[in-house]
Design a protein around this ligand. Structure first.
Ligand code: C2O
Ligand code: CU
Ligand code: CU
Length: 571
């Protein structure tokens, strides 16, 4: 079968004027420096012109392309955006139910493995990694309160971890950077989830390499079930009226290989120009003409989505990351930053025979999020399609929208507030990076699938409280069973999605005012805009010691990998 696909330019996703080094040199060079910059610029021309593989760029050339992105005001002249493709059906991640052993423990097996080449984009074979398959992983169905055991095998040629994002479990089994599984080794992890039904997820979390490993395809959903959705009459038939959507963007080179961090500007956040849902570019889904529930994960490394339907119809938000809201909240758009999840319900009962497009209206939100031009690409200044819903006949017993969903308790702080300041990249660091003098830092090995670059993690570029992630440093100590308010102030120029391990939190305020209603439920990631101060509150009832501390970090994976993470104990 041959399906037409859009021919693509190589190396840079968008014909974005900022990578033109000549413009740059002219715009930038103060007279004494002009010669040096011209030399650098020439190097960049050679590299970009020759379309060399990522990582073959010289440090100087990398510095130049970074400077290009930064100074040129990336995306000020948006590239024409391709309309949605919608030629292949939405893949449904298989459910992994586990099986009960003789001791009553529910046992699951996950194997991180190099995939057969998957067809992420029509007509191109992409070497990738996945859990129990080529790309992404199965949807784990977790019965609340039941003892669980995960048998995790690492069939990759590098170490990895499996972090259970959003799970209330001890630091020892959290799957953070201290839980490394060496290549060829396996690990057994046991815990019980005593938390409300929610759409959680799992992904690797090795220090400095979370970005490339997730980009390579390692991620999956983890659904906690407690029977509430059935009791409330919410849609709950997997793949029929309860549909998981993992949103990711990827950049590929001409051969179809994943292209991770080909330029230094990608440390601002790795974005792509191919929009995948459950691992396929802009697919379509057949859905019944009734209320349908979409469980949406932003599994992208760095991109923020402003989700809307193309016809601007209203939908109902019923859950945030860690559980149901008090009641459905009507919205026309929904911001979802990396790591965040939302469950929405949309009424398709009047739409039989119609097609409906889910897209991101990114241009509407970018101005308020970002004060650093290079951190936004052409797509952030425009809109793009994600998924087409093809509406068919309703099922026999269509679900309805309940008016009430959950009762949420109020937390009261019983400890001093804790303060966090998110810092973006400082000018001095940016300058040294640009000039290729970034000092010692890990090289960029081509150890990903199909020789994919592993990027440049481990640099001290993004900080929290003037500190960079250090495996041996405990940054905060929280008392077990305390309830704390954390004040998180973003002093950087970009928005940063702040995530905390081991707990769910509630947002008390954004810049002194209560958050919008759909953000008033349980969460584990909060997007903090440039200049904004957010108060969150959480109860810390799971232990984490010095050997296996919890993490708090920015969920833009390139920020996390380059310093924007801290460690805390709960004891
Ligand atoms: Cu989604 Cu620290 O992770
Ligand atoms: Cu996490
Ligand atoms: Cu960040």
């Amino acid at each position: 079968m041959s399906v037409p696909h859009n021919p693509k330019p190589s190396i840079t996703p968008n014909p974005d004027a900022n990578d033109d080094p000549h413009t740059l040199a002219l715009a930038l060079a103060s007279p004494p420096r002009r010669d040096a910059l011209k030399k650098l610029a020439t190097g960049t021309v050679a590299v970009l012109g020759g379309y060399l593989a990522p990582g073959l760029m010289s440090a100087q050339a990398q510095g130049m392309s970074m400077m290009g992105g930064m100074m040129g005001g990336s995306g000020q002249n948006p590239a024409p955006i391709k309309p949605g493709i919608f030629q292949r059906p939405l893949p449904l991640p298989p459910q992994l139910l586990g099986s009960e052993d003789s001791a009553g423990v529910q046992v699951y097996t996950l194997k991180a493995t190099p995939g057969q080449h998957s067809e992420l984009v029509t007509g191109l074979k992409t070497p990738s990694w996945g859990y129990n398959g080529a790309f992404l992983g199965p949807t784990l169905r977790i019965p609340q309160g039941k003892p669980l055991r995960f048998h995790i095998e690492n069939a990759l040629d590098q170490s990895t971890t499996v972090h259970w994002h959003g799970a209330h479990i001890p630091g020892k089994v959290d799957g953070g950077p201290h839980n490394l599984i060496a290549p060829g080794q396996s690990m057994s992890v046991s815990f019980t989830l005593n938390q409300p039904a929610a759409t959680l997820w799992y992904h690797p979390h090795p220090d400095n390499r979370t970005g490339p490993q997730v980009f390579a395809g390692l991620a999956g959903l983890m659904l906690v079930d407690d029977g509430t959705d059935v009791r409330l009459g919410l849609p709950h038939t997997y793949g029929v009226d309860d549909i998981p959507l993992v949103l990711q963007d990827r950049r590929l080179n001409d051969t179809g290989a994943l292209d991770y961090m080909p330029t230094m500007r990608d440390v601002m956040g790795m974005k792509g120009d191919h929009f995948l849902v459950n691992g396929v570019e802009q697919p379509y889904a057949n859905v019944p003409g009734q209320w349908v529930r979409l469980r949406i994960l932003n599994g992208s490394n760095a991109r923020i989505y402003n989700l809307t339907f193309a016809d601007k119809r209203e939908f109902q938000v019923i859950a945030s990351e860690a559980g149901l809201l008090v009641r459905p909240v009507a919205r026309h758009s929904l911001l979802l930053s990396p790591g965040e999840r939302a469950e929405i319900m949309v009424n398709l009962s009047q739409d039989q025979g119609k097609r409906l497009v889910l897209r991101s209206e990114s241009a509407e939100i970018v101005p308020g999020l970002n004060r650093m031009p290079m951190a936004a690409d052409a797509y952030d200044h425009s809109h793009f399609d994600l998924l087409e819903l093809r509406v068919g006949p309703p099922t026999a017993n269509p679900a309805k929208l309940p008016s009430q969903l959950a009762t949420l308790m109020t937390l009261k702080s019983d400890a001093p507030d804790r303060h966090f300041v998110l810092q973006g990249m400082e000018m001095s660091r940016m300058r040294s990076l640009m000039m290729g003098g970034s000092g010692p830092g890990p090289k960029s090995p081509h150890a990903g699938p199909g020789g994919m670059s592993m990027g440049v993690g481990g640099r001290d570029l993004f900080a929290i409280n003037d500190q960079f992630m250090r495996m041996k440093v405990i940054n905060q100590r929280v008392r077990l069973d305390s309830t704390e308010i954390w004040t998180v102030a973003n002093k950087g120029m970009m928005g940063h999605p702040f995530h905390v391990h081991g707990i769910s939190f509630r947002i008390l305020s954004r810049d002194g005012v209560p958050p919008p209603e759909h953000e008033q439920g349980w969460k584990d990631v909060v997007l903090i805009r440039s200049g904004e101060t957010v108060h969150i509150i959480a109860h810390f009832d799971q232990p984490a010691g010095d050997d296996h501390p919890y993490m708090y970090h920015c969920h833009i994976l390139e920020h996390e990998d380059n310093g924007m993470m801290g460690q805390f104990t709960v004891a």
